[in-house]
Write a protein that binds this ligand. Structure first.
Ligand SMILES: Cc1cc2nc3c(=O)[nH]c(=O)nc-3n(C[C@H](O)[C@H](O)[C@H](O)COP(=O)(O)OP(=O)(O)OC[C@H]3O[C@@H](n4cnc5c(N)ncnc54)[C@H](O)[C@@H]3O)c2cc1C
Length: 389
């Protein structure tokens, strides 16, 4: 018989870690929960950081102080875990203390990849404050990376009347995710708003500083000059602190379908590379909704009432007046079939197919119709004809 652990340590106090703690209490768990977070702030939501300016913590906190107190947590904020001992069942902290556990959840998220010479990235509230203060006095900004985050930042900064140049080695924004045709449409969306692109160009060097501005060298020998520069070139799972532990790590913490890495150790959120039985493969998903859902799933595993975690991934991105949403899997090498939309391409829904099977659906300013298309995921191409009737 499985017994419920008396002490649960959750490392990472953000969307996934908070969801574990919250769900445990919601389900009546009355043991000790330690919630350990490197940031000094209480858990907060990251998506608004790239979509709105001048954000206050109270606007994006996942729980107010009253709610946090009611959860009765051993809250260790501003404290970094530096090691996980799975024999003695201890989380080692940077200040030398140890937190003991009977079960441990790794929810340390992801760290932004940095580019030499660029000191601005956007992952935390502190990063957002630095960027905001730079943009307040910048007339021009260069964004390196035309992925989701780079595109959102382009929309945000162009709305602040900055001259914005987005640089990427790929031929189009989000091209490696959405494919060429949608990427072309996305590029048009941003260019109409005034964003400039330098595509198919990698950055060779960056020189300068916030006071004197930056000169960004490109692979074709050209340069971009800007008052501010932000790197938005993706993240790596935050697993460095596990290097001396025996927790399996390979592009994140490797887990089974129950989000379990080894006996008593689980992972959730951006850091988890778990086996999704629905798709028959391991996946690591850097999406906000997944962090909460996986956190809740792990809480139920800890209470021995869990199910294999087999979600259809979902993400959204807001880029100016564009609301793009994706259910399931999409990719540049997939076949795209248009399901619905308007002739001017301001709203549409697409299906993404691999080997005749619908694996994902994308909505461009068409959320309601996208929800109707979602059940197509997992079905063969022939289902589209019935759906359209
Ligand atoms: C600017 C921005 C915009 C986004 N917009 C969207 C969006 O529009 N749509 C969408 O689906 N997703 C979006 N995301 C992604 C979404 O926010 C993440 O998927 C989600 O935050 C993941 O939650 P998490 O708890 O797994 O990890 P994180 O939110 O990264 O939290 C991990 C926490 O663990 C802490 N930590 C790390 N190492 C240690 C350690 N050793 N000891 C203690 N604590 C540690 C970190 O400080 C951090 O607080 C966005 C992300 C960012 C940064």
């Amino acid at each position: 018989m499985t017994t419920t652990p008396g002490r649960i340590a959750i490392v990472g106090a953000s969307a996934a870690g908070f969801a574990v703690a919250n769900e445990l209490r919601d389900q009546g768990y009355d043991g000790t929960i330690s919630l350990i977070g490197a940031e000094a702030l209480p858990p907060y939501d990251r998506p608004p950081l790239s979509k709105r300016k001048a954000i206050d913590i109270d606007d994006i906190a996942l729980a107010d102080l009253g709610k946090l107190e009611a959860l009765d947590l051993n809250l260790c904020l501003g404290q970094r875990a530096v090691g996980l001992d799975t024999i003695d069942k201890i989380v080692r902290m940077a200040d030398g203390r140890a937190v003991r556990w009977d079960a441990c959840v790794i929810a340390t998220g992801a760290d932004p990849i940095r580019i030499p010479g660029v000191d601005s990235v956007l992952r935390t509230m502190a990063d957002a404050h630095v960027i905001q203060s730079r943009l307040d006095r910048a007339g021009s900004v260069a964004i390196i990376g035309a992925g989701v985050l780079g595109c959102e930042l382009a929309s945000l900064t162009v709305s602040m009347n900055c001259a914005v140049t987005v640089i990427d080695g790929l031929p189009g924004p989000m091209q490696n995710r959405l494919g060429t045709s949608v990427s072309d449409r996305l590029r048009r969306h941003h260019e109409e708003a005034g964003v400039m692109f330098r595509l198919g160009q990698t950055v060779s060097d960056v020189a300068g500083n916030p006071d004197q501005g930056y000169r960004i060298g490109l692979s074709d020998g050209g340069t971009v000059q800007a008052d501010a520069v932000i790197a938005a070139v993706g993240c790596r799972p935050a697993t460095g602190w596990l290097k001396d532990s025996d927790v399996p790590v390979n592009n994140g913490v490797v887990c089974d379908e129950n989000c379990r890495a080894m006996p008593g150790v689980f992972a959730a959120g951006d850091v988890a590379n778990w086996f999704n039985p629905r798709f028959g493969r391991h996946m690591r998903v850097e999406h906000r909704m997944n962090a909460t859902e996986q956190g809740m799933a792990v809480a139920n595993q800890l209470l021995a009432r869990g199910q294999p975690f087999d979600p259809i991934p979902f993400f959204w991105t807001d880029q100016g007046d564009l609301k793009l949403q994706v259910h399931g899997l999409v990719g540049p090498d997939m076949e795209i079939v248009r399901l619905d939309g308007e002739s001017d391409d301001k709203r549409f829904v697409l299906a993404y197919l691999r080997e005749g099977l619908i694996e994902g659906v994308l909505g461009w300013n068409m959320a309601q119709m996208l929800r109707k298309a979602r059940p197509l995921i997992g079905r063969p191409r022939a289902a589209i004809a019935d759906w359209a009737k």
